[in-house]
Ligand binder design. Structure first.
Ligand code: PMP
Length: 405
């Protein structure tokens, strides 16, 4: 079944505008997605009819806000196939969720323990572990993956009896490949390590089943899956969340406080200090509903077909170094020898086309690829074939204009 992105366009009013007198073409979806009316409406309805602080007051509006807020948690838990809604912890985004785990697990690490990540990580899934290693005397190790997400060498030896934490991205934000997660998670679990999956680039495209993945933690940001900014999720298994020391303390996360001691609250509140991002949670639940209403396999196939179309045209044109896999990806990452990606980006922008140029918060991966940056066109549910073609045509024009003959 072919997915009809045109039917979704009216749900994204932001796309119906021009940029420098050209129709706006938004292909920077891996950075953040646009928001459907359903999300905008849910946030507005909350402020128009239900705004109050949650879990605190005993009045009509507070009850209403609390029930919408907790209902949002249930929607997200169902979206992820999490067994319990209390396994969903609200965070600011993927970055905060990873930091919560990196701080929360500090007490289980000893000098000489190993924290294992892959060579495809976003800085958000690298720097918190590196800093944790510095603080504890643990050793940060990196499994080298190729840019197609495959193993560069025999890998099992990276998973040792000292591996205490294994953290890997589900999908690379910089080059779009999927990592061999289930193999890696199985190896990590054999060694008794805590496992964390960075799903920031996965949730908008792939139906995620955390129970099937069987990881200890799964994190993502709402804004990359049609939800608002400032809200994200730390999913965790019960025992794994219970091991975490709260990374922030204060109101809401406590049961009883005296000057001598504090008794922490139960999950999920134990890990949610302070007034939460209520509108964000409600907006994110609306985004989950929006995605769940789509034909997910057809939507994914559509996004992949756009990426594959662009990949094929770029390869055929020649003179372009492509870093993404040819298939099974929703973005195309590339560079053009002798033309700076920033210059290509500037030309595309002048034509109303939004892409991303740079290192994509993945300096070590850029070093592995031997470049300082790439240009990335990333697709979402509302992108059309015409937009993909206009992007290719504009890129080829830019190469003509900027290339030295
Ligand atoms: N991991 C990956 C793979 C990402 O793409 C991003 C965002 N680019 C992050 C983590 C961090 O997400 P956020 O900035 O929303 O916390």
């Amino acid at each position: 079944m072919v997915f009809d992105s045109a039917l979704l366009r009216p749900m994204f009013p932001i796309l119906a505008q021009t940029a420098y007198e050209h129709p706006l073409i938004y292909l920077d979806n891996a950075a953040t997605t646009q928001k459907p009316l359903a999300v905008l409406d849910a946030i507005q309805t909350y402020y128009r009819t239900g705004n109050a602080n949650v879990h605190r007051g005993a009045h009509f509006l507070s009850d209403r806000a609390t029930s919408h807020f907790e209902n949002a948690r249930t929607v997200v838990a169902e979206f992820l196939k999490a067994p319990e809604q209390s396994h969903v912890i609200w965070t600011k985004g993927a970055t905060e969720a990873i930091n919560m785990v990196a701080y929360g697990l500090e007490h289980v690490l000893e000098k000489g323990d190993e924290i294992l990540i892959t060579s495809l990580e976003h800085h958000a899934n690298l720097v918190p572990w590196q800093q944790l290693a510095f603080r504890t005397g643990a050793r940060l190790r990196v499994v080298p993956l190729t840019s197609s997400g495959e193993w560069e060498e025999e890998f099992a030896h990276y998973f040792t009896d000292r591996t205490r934490i294994f953290a890997a991205t589900h999908i690379s934000n910089a080059i779009g490949c999927t990592t061999p997660l289930s193999t890696m998670l199985a190896l990590a679990k054999q060694q008794g390590a805590f496992t964390l999956v960075d799903g920031a680039q996965a949730v908008a495209h792939y139906p995620v089943d955390v129970s099937e993945l069987d990881c200890d933690f799964y994190v993502f940001s709402g804004h990359k899956m049609y939800g608002p900014t400032g809200i994200g999720v730390l999913y965790g298994k019960q025992h794994a969340l219970e091991v975490l020391m709260p990374y922030q303390t204060g109101g809401e996360m406590v049961r009883h406080v005296s000057y001598q001691a504090t008794e922490f609250n139960v999950l999920p509140f134990r890990l949610e200090a302070g007034t939460p991002n209520i509108e964000g949670a409600i907006g994110l639940a609306a985004a989950c509903d929006f995605l769940s209403e789509q034909n997910r396999p057809a939507l994914l196939a559509w996004e992949q077909s756009l990426a594959n179309h662009v990949y094929t045209r770029l390869k055929k044109y020649g003179g372009i170094d492509l870093y993404s896999p040819e298939k099974n990806t929703t973005l195309v990452s590339f560079s053009v020898p002798n033309i700076h990606v920033i210059d290509l980006n500037a030309y595309l922008d002048s034509q109303g086309i939004a892409v991303r140029a740079g290192s994509h918060c993945a300096h070590p991966l850029m070093a592995q690829l031997g470049v300082t940056g790439t240009l990335r066109a990333s697709f979402a549910c509302y992108n059309t074939l015409e937009e993909a073609d206009r992007f290719c045509d504009a890129l080829f024009d830019a190469m003509e204009i900027l290339g030295d003959d």
